[in-house]
Design a binder for this molecule. Structure first.
Ligand code: NAP
Length: 339
């Protein structure tokens, strides 16, 4: 997608930007669409490739506007080109390491490649899969241990895999793996799933699933590659060895916020705490998406919050511009935030 001819982000290494968005998943990209359409000079920083978790999702069925579903990759590509079209500068493979409020009220966003100066910040760093920490998990990464069924599923054609967890990720990714694998063990620590009912119905109907209830993973064994997952029944303490070629762990997610400790408020699980207008305790710093302490982790929620965060940033910048006599408008203006 070609960016708008009328508008381009100024030289981002020297200019004071209107908004820097940290994270290029659905929340960050939506914030980018709204901010750049609002003619704010906007940079989106993404430590990997834009798209976040959805880029690794085979099929998204519950995002409005796509009655047949859409591949997560295609959806993220559309969001990305929409943000870039309106002038947002997307910098991929650039990780933010710190955020600092300067004495003049501007923010320095420090990355592994430099420092950007901005009037406002939108935090949308997303989440990553939680590790179980069991023996063999780290050792067999890339040799049978994976968190991405979409990426690695085809490698398990005709083979046997275990999926650990009972949430939407475990069940949906397990269903995807069942397209290739001969058998899928679903190992869950309780005897009922947490996943959405429609997802549960589908996997209960699949002849490829064997449910291993009330069990937690103990260790992953193998020689050159994964050969077995050992699980323990939490009620009987019986240990069972499942002969598998692959193990996919979906036991929850962790927000990518360790770098924000002491900078904004985080809850006891590391999610970013904001007020009702998505502002953190720092003026002009907003948070949205899966890393925000919100009640549901859904793409629709993330894009809604991304839109709101951008509108709030615009209002913040407008208020700044009004507060400073002689200051230009927020977009492309020269006013600094009050300290
Ligand atoms: P989740 O909902 O937190 O589920 C994690 C699962 O792992 C739970 O079943 C949990 O068991 C189990 N678990 C947690 N810690 C464990 C441990 N130490 N050992 C063994 N099992 C453990 O995580 P998720 O499935 O990744 O989903 C995260 C969020 O994204 C959710 O809000 C979900 O709805 C959302 N999501 C939505 C979609 C969609 O809408 N299509 C797709 C994927 C994810 P318990 O049930 O006993 O707690």
């Amino acid at each position: 997608m070609t960016p708008d001819k009328d508008y381009a982000v100024p030289d981002i290494d020297t200019a004071v930007l209107d908004v820097v968005i940290v994270g290029g998943g659905p929340a960050g990209l939506t914030a980018g669409i709204y901010a750049s359409r609002g003619r704010l000079s906007t940079v989106i920083l993404e430590r990997n490739m834009a798209g976040g978790q959805i880029a690794l999702t085979e099929l998204v069925e519950n995002y409005p506007g796509f009655p047949e579903g859409i591949s997560g990759f295609d959806l993220s590509e559309k969001m990305k080109s929409q943000a870039v079209r309106f002038g947002a500068e997307l910098r991929e493979v650039e990780a933010v390491t710190s955020l600092r409020r300067e004495p003049d009220g501007l923010y320095s966003v420090v990355t592994d490649q430099g420092t950007l100066l901005t009037r406002s910040v939108i935090l949308a760093p997303g989440v990553e899969a939680k590790r179980s920490g069991i023996p063999g998990e780290a050792e067999f990464i890339g040799r049978g241990v994976s968190w991405c069924a979409t990426c690695d599923g085809p490698l398990y054609r005709g083979r046997t895999v275990a999926v650990v967890g009972g949430g939407d990720s475990a069940v949906e990714e397990g269903m995807f793996l069942a397209k290739f694998a001969e058998k899928v063990y679903l190992v869950h620590r309780r005897n009922e799933l947490r996943a959405a009912p429609i997802a549960q119905e589908r996997c209960f109907a699949s002849p490829k699933f064997e449910f291993v209830w009330d069990c937690i993973p103990l260790r992953i064994d193998g020689d050159q590659a994964v050969e077995a997952l050992e699980v323990e029944n939490v009620k009987t303490k019986e240990v069972r060895r499942l002969p598998v070629n692959g193990v996919f762990m979906y036991i929850g997610q962790l927000p990518n916020t360790s770098w924000l400790k002491g900078i904004v408020d985080l809850d006891d699980q590391g999610y970013i705490v904001t007020d009702g207008h998505l502002q953190t305790k720092l003026p002009g710093v907003f948070a949205c998406g899966d890393a925000h302490a919100n009640p549901i982790k859904q793409i629709a929620m993330a894009v809604g919050e991304g839109a709101l965060a951008a509108v709030q940033a615009q209002r913040y910048l407008d208020a700044l511009a009004c507060a400073l006599p002689g200051a230009a408008t927020a977009a492309g203006g020269t006013a600094a935030a009050p300290a």
